[in-house]
Design a binder for this molecule. Sequence first.
Ligand SMILES: [Zn+2]
Length: 361
Amino acid sequence: MTALGKTLKAICMRLSGSALVVILFMIIGGRFPAGTSAAGEANPLAPYPTLDGMFAEITQAAKDNPGNVELITYGKSVKNRPLYCLRIHRGDGKKRPAALIGGNIHGDEWIANRVAMGIAKRLIEGCGKAERETKFLEMTDVFIAPCLNPDGYAAFWKSGGRASAKASRTNANGVDLNRNFPEPSGGANFRTSLTGVDDEKSSGYRGPKPYSEPETRAIRDLAAERRFFGNVNYHCKAMQITPAKATSDAGAKRMMDMAGAYQKNQPGVRYSIIPWPRALPIFQGNMEDSLYHEHGCMSILIELQERKEFEEKSPKPNIRMWQRNPRNPETVVEDNYPACLTALEAAFRMTGGEPIPAEKR
Ligand SMILES: [Zn+2]
C-alpha cells in the first residue's frame, strides 16, 4: 500500500467510526442538520448529507405528510441497504398514471440526489396549495427515488469524497449499474467504458450479465408493477439531455419532443440534447433505454451542473467530490425543477399516461 493509500485508509476508518456515532445519535435523538455530524463537527461534504442524513430526510418526508406521501422500499442493495422511493400523490384515493424521477445511480453523483429530493420537497409543499404542483399531481402520481445506488453513496461518503470512480460510481460489486440493463437490439455493437465493458477492473464494468445486480432488478420490478409513462433520471455533470434511443421514427420524434420540452423550460442555462442515433449510435445498457424498450416508458437522462461554476470556469478542486458535484445544489434544483415537470407533462400528452405499446416504440 502506498503512503497515499495508508492515509486514505486511515481517513476511511475514522469516518466509519463517526458514521456509527451518527446512527446511534439518530436512533436516540432524531435528525441533524446536513452541515453537522452527531458530534457537532463540521460535515466536510456539506451541504450534501451523509447517507444516514439523506435516508432520514426521505423517511421524514413521508412521516410529516402521511396524506400525500407514501414511503416505498422497492428493494435492497448488495449491502442490504433500503432502496427508497417516495410516492407523492393528491391523497384522494384516486389511482393516477405514474411517473418516475430517479437520481444517483452513479454513487458519486450526489447533485443528482439533491435535485431529485429538491423536486420532491417542492411537490410536497405545493400539493393542494399551489396551482402548478396541484395541477401536476392531478395528472400523475410521482415516484421519486433519489438514491438508486446507496452503497456507492456510502462508499463515497466514507472516503471523504475522495474515492475513485471504480470505488464509488459503481455498486458494492463494482458494477456500473447504468450499464447493467439489457441492451435493446438495433444499435452498433462496440464496447468502451461509455457503453460498458467486461473488464471487472473498469469503472464501466457492466457486470456478468444484464440484471445481475439487485439494484437494477429492483428498478425493473418497480417499472413492471407501476407501469410508468414517463421518467427523468439525474446524473452529472456534462450539461446534457439524453433521450432514450427509440428505434422507430415516430418514437424518436416523441423522445426528442420530451427532451425539447425539458430544455425549453430550463430557466437558467439550457443543456444540449444528445440525439439518437446521430450523436450516439450505440446502446449502453442504461436505465433509460431499458425503461423505454422493455416498459414503454418515455425516459430522459439529465447531466446536471451548476450554471455559475460552469460559467466562471472555477479552478479544478483536487477532491473528486467537488470535481463531480457543485458547491451550491439549490441553484441547480431551481434550474431544473420547472423543466422536469414540463417534460413529464409533455410525455403525458404524448402517451395519455399509458406506457407506449411495443409495436409503437
Ligand atoms: Zn452518471
